[in-house]
Design a binder for this molecule. Sequence first.
Ligand code: NAD
Length: 255
Amino acid sequence: MFQLTNKTALVTGAASGIGASIAKTFTQAGAITYVADRDLEGAKRVAQDLLDQGGKAIAIGLDVTDEAACSQSAADITSRHGALDVLVNNAGVGSIGTILQTPGTDLDRLYAVNVRGVFNMAKAFLPDMVASKRGNIINMASIGGVLGIRDRLAYCTTKFAVVGLTKSMALDHAADGIRVNCICPGRVETPFVQARIAEYPDPEAAYREMSATQILGRMIKPDEIAAAALYLASDESHMITGTAFLIDGGWSAGK
Ligand code: NAD
């Protein structure tokens, strides 16, 4: 099993779904884990569960679109532990629609969280990583960051940007001892996907259809994404950087 003993990690969007699962997996692997979310009450619930299981977890309220708040968090955490070992930029939001159905304000809203949020966090934590010559950043992209998906114009636009940002950062900071990767999940059964399904006129049919996009025939479980995040965060993956790690149940293999 991969270990993060005595490492400090921060996971954004960790009050729910994939982020909560990554926080749990990291804590079980021995990391001191900051459970960050704009939903502070949710982050506290997740952190308390992890503490109850004997892990080391700290909840913080943080909106990744707030650049000043990201910088302040970096200053607070770094003054306590030194440079962060692992930053997981997982917070993300979605919307449905073609370009004709997507208001410009919706694209801006998704961009602010999915792209600018990753940028704000990486920019805030990177200087101390560079100074200490080590660091590991994992961004949550999507299958929608490597393939177009029907009716997901704004979402795919932002997730392709996350893949580009990841690869550019990996190139720029390899010599600083920093690895930057992203994970590209297919459909993962979380409140995020449940909310999309509920928007369809026939949610049961939508569930079946969304399960079938994974050629392995079901949706992915949050813990299956967290296992990949743990591998990328661990020293065992030390020759992996700049990758877009697909965990898509075979969605991208073709039809
Ligand atoms: P989720 O909705 O269950 O959880 C997302 C969390 O992010 C929530 O707790 C929410 O409060 C938080 N959040 C949203 N905006 C924020 C902000 N501005 N600042 C801080 N926190 C914020 O979603 P999930 O399914 O667990 O998705 C997590 C990530 O995985 C997202 O980036 C999403 O795009 C990506 N993803 C999800 C799927 C999927 O099928 N569920 C597939 C591919 C990629």
